[in-house]
Design a binder for this molecule. Structure first.
Ligand code: KE4
Length: 438
């Protein structure tokens, strides 16, 4: 059995021989051996695990090890892996076509379904990723207002479009990338940043940039510096500031959309954005993103308006079939959300009790099926407090849990996601692993 040395200790890992061999081969063909940096285990150390299959709450790696999955493809798999109805929908669609590059009836049905679930969306445009959704929404807000600057929050991540790669979260926080080579000053000069949960800082930015700010883009519940909830009055305050300064309020609901509630964070927080971005759950694991909102803004998008946005595979039939099946199940089974909330409360309670019993200081942030454990005694309310936690202890915790068959996001700067497939058995297995942590 292979072991991996971590700070003078060794953690007995499962047999990951094939994963390790694949990783060294992958690096000969793919930068860092991965097609997205956060998968590389760079911050937690060790080699990434190569997966072979998944079902329900479980992943199986190429060495045959099984894991309870707390990443769920970074959010999409809210119904569990390979939900039969979603798989069937894709298989049926594939008997007809893979892609047209022409409009289809299913896209109308998908748009109507999204509008029936997401409040305050008059028009919606499908794209192929959360990045595309967010970058398009920002371009649209700029085109609609005629203003260039926008405000984002430190530690929030809105995909890898140039303008967003300023003090961003997710992989940039994980790798401590403060400025990204290739993002020009010309682009980043229009990106204004403020700490999350700090309304005064936003008021100051508006005062210093009178009539220049096109939009605020916000993760209404942050998930890219761990899970961080908006403090009371924060989102409402941003709504008010946008109204006062004629700026577009963009909710980046790529993580929270259709996950926190049928109507996502807009419903949960009872605050309406002007534009909302979706990804992850909307595609049920297939490449689908979307942005939508008020008619008067959305009609600035080509071909109606002049704000150009396009995509070869936007509305792809097979991807939309997966997304449509996923959203339909969520819409027709609203109890899913109360069940996920109940599971979240159980998980939080048992994590608290077990870590407290071990004398491990920690805080847990959670809402719906988003949760994260932060090692430290202070509240985690923004990037600074998230970064002030014991990251090394998280990394040790990560590998301990992995070696016990519990697959957490490989970074302290990520939210955990669980699916409806996470049941008592999986929670028991998870807590057994936590109990053995030292
Ligand atoms: P994608 O382009 O990766 O589909 O979505 C970008 C995005 C936009 N907005 C939010 C709030 C997001 O969390 C994301 C992507 N999330 C990361 C994980 N934190 C995806 C995982 C990855 O980068 O590989």
């Amino acid at each position: 059995m292979e072991t991996w040395r971590f700070q003078e200790e060794t953690i007995l890992l499962m047999n990951t021989t094939r994963s390790n061999n694949l990783f060294s081969t992958a690096q000969q063909h793919i930068p860092g051996g991965v097609n997205s940096p956060v998968r590389a285990f760079k911050s937690v150390g060790g080699n990434p695990i190569f997966m072979k299959s998944a079902a329900g709450a479980y992943l199986t790696d190429v060495d045959g090890n099984n894991y309870v999955d707390f990443i769920n493809s970074w959010g999409p798999m809210i119904l569990g892996h390979c939900h039969p109805e979603v798989v069937d929908a894709m298989q049926q669609k594939m008997k007809e076509a893979i892609s047209f590059g022409a409009p289809t009836e299913l896209e109308i049905q998908m748009a109507a379904l999204i509008k029936s679930m997401a409040p305050n969306v008059d028009l919606i445009r499908l794209v192929s990723s959360g990045t595309e959704a967010c970058m398009s929404a920002l371009r649209l807000a700029r085109g609609y207002t005629g203003k260039n600057k926008f405000i984002k929050f430190e530690g929030c991540y809105h995909g890898h479009a140039d303008a967003f790669l300023v003090k961003a979260g997710s992989g940039l926080a994980t790798f401590n990338i403060q400025t990204v080579p290739g993002v020009t000053g010309g682009v980043s000069n229009d990106t204004l940043t403020a700490p999350y949960n700090n309304l005064e800082a936003v008021k100051k930015l508006f005062a210093e940039n009178q009539n220049e700010i096109a939009a605020i883009i916000l993760e209404p519940v942050a998930g890219n510096m761990g899970c961080i909830l908006p403090e009371d009055g924060y989102v409402e305050g941003l709504r008010k500031l946008c109204d006062e300064h004629k700026a577009v309020l963009i909710f980046d609901e790529v993580m929270t959309g259709f996950r926190l509630a049928e109507g996502g964070a807009q419903e949960k927080l009872k605050v309406n954005a002007d534009l909302v971005c979706y990804g992850k759950v909307i595609g049920g694991g297939m490449p689908v993103g979307a942005f939508g909102g008020k008619k008067e803004i959305m009609e600035c998008i080509a071909p109606v308006g002049k704000v150009y946005q396009a995509g070869t595979l936007s509305g792809n039939p097979v991807a939309v079939a997966a997304g449509f099946a996923t959203l339909s199940i969520l819409k027709n089974n609203p109890k899913i959300y109360t069940d996920l909330e109940a599971t979240s409360n159980i998980l939080k309670q048992q994590l608290h009790e077990t870590l407290d019993a071990k004398g491990i200081t920690h805080t847990i942030n959670h809402i719906g099926s988003m949760i994260s454990v932060h090692f430290g005694e202070h509240k985690v309310i923004d990037f600074e407090t998230a970064a002030a936690c014991d990251i090394a202890l998280f990394n040790k915790f990560f590998h301990h849990m992995l070696s016990k068959g519990i697959y957490l996001p490989p970074s302290a700067y990520e939210s955990w996601f669980f699916s409806i497939s996470l049941g008592e058995k999986e929670i028991e297995k998870t807590m057994d692993a936590v109990k053995k942590f030292q």
